[in-house]
Design a protein. Structure first.
Length: 307
């Protein structure tokens, strides 16, 4: 099997582990910087070019697309999809999950637990917006933020008003969310592959830090999750349309709530916390799906008969 891995940094732990896992299972894998890919968009023979070379066809593509390059990265991924390459995560699912507001609205529509969230445009509505989410303390998030950057805890109504008005003054879109105090600065990362939670870890923020991101000094440990948490994580990934996802949950007094669904979850923290070969599981998932696709194409009558 020939696999393309879209990653801007071949030295990243996640990239290296996926390359190792693919090679260990006898596959050919090539790391491509999505920003160095360019496309010939034509009806008869769409193609992807890379550093002056037209790329041969790949059986599968693993997208590791950073948030800052979502638009171009997903355009490249769509081109691979047009050429008949199987994507581990589809471009439309990645785009859907990267839009924080849209993803929350989709999760809400499916009845998944969420922190009470407010969204407004005018400074005149700030006071009512704060009341809507239960008052201070509350969390203010930039829609474009990642890895805990652009997330602010406002501990008083006055601080909340000041921060919200400042962001609005900069014409920046923000979400305002209730603060889940009982979570104690921790969250649970559930790693979902193919509608199954294959691993989970608890991330704890450092002393005095309400954000639990490992990039911000948080620590990771093995955790046992409840059936409700497992079901919530699987449903959240499915709602986004993702085959592989990192679903971040908080344990609230009214059950698990979804904070975010990540379409390019990192492997380092969760592999080290759980000791599981999650990179290998992703390659196995691709193998299984390609085999199913090959079987369905070889026996179209059997596929039709299932309905």
């Amino acid at each position: 099997m020939k696999i393309a891995l879209l990653s801007r940094n071949p030295k990243l732990y996640s990239t290296q582990r996926l390359v190792e896992a693919a090679q260990e299972r006898g596959h050919e894998i090539r790391v491509l910087d999505a920003l160095r890919c360019y496309m010939n968009i034509t009806m008869n023979r769409p193609s992807v070019h890379y550093r002056g070379e037209e790329l041969a066809l790949f059986d599968a593509v693993i997208p590791r697309i950073g948030a800052s390059v979502t638009y171009y990265g997903t355009a490249v991924l769509r081109q691979f999809e047009m050429m008949g390459t199987f994507p581990l995560n589809e471009s439309v699912a990645i785009t859907r999950s990267r839009d924080k507001l849209r993803s929350l609205q989709l999760l809400s529509r499916k009845g998944l637990g969420l922190p009470v969230t407010g969204f407004a445009h005018k400074p005149d509505d700030v006071e009512d917006l704060i009341k809507m989410v239960g008052g201070a303390p509350l969390v203010i998030k930039l829609l474009e933020g990642t890895q805990g950057i652009g997330v602010v805890l406002a501990e008083t109504p006055q601080a909340a008003e000041s921060v919200i008005e400042a962001f609005m003054g900069l014409k920046t879109n923000i979400l305002v969310q209730e603060f889940i105090k009982e979570a104690g600065g921790s969250d649970i990362r559930c790693f979902v592959i193919g509608e199954k939670v294959v691993a989970s870890m608890k991330r704890q923020g450092k002393e005095g830090e309400f954000r639990s991101n490992l990039h911000r000094g948080g620590t990771a440990s093995l955790v046992r999750i409840s059936p409700e948490e497992r079901s919530t994580a699987v449903r959240a990934a499915k709602t986004m349309g993702l085959n592989v996802a990192g679903v971040d949950l908080l344990r609230s007094n009214h059950g698990p709530v979804v904070m975010e669904v990540n379409s390019s979850p990192g492997l380092e923290g969760i592999e080290r916390a759980t000791g599981k070969d999650i990179a290998g599981m992703q390659i196995q998932f691709i193998e299984k799906r390609l085999e199913e696709l090959h079987t369905s194409r070889s026996n179209p009558s059997k596929t039709r008969g299932r309905g």
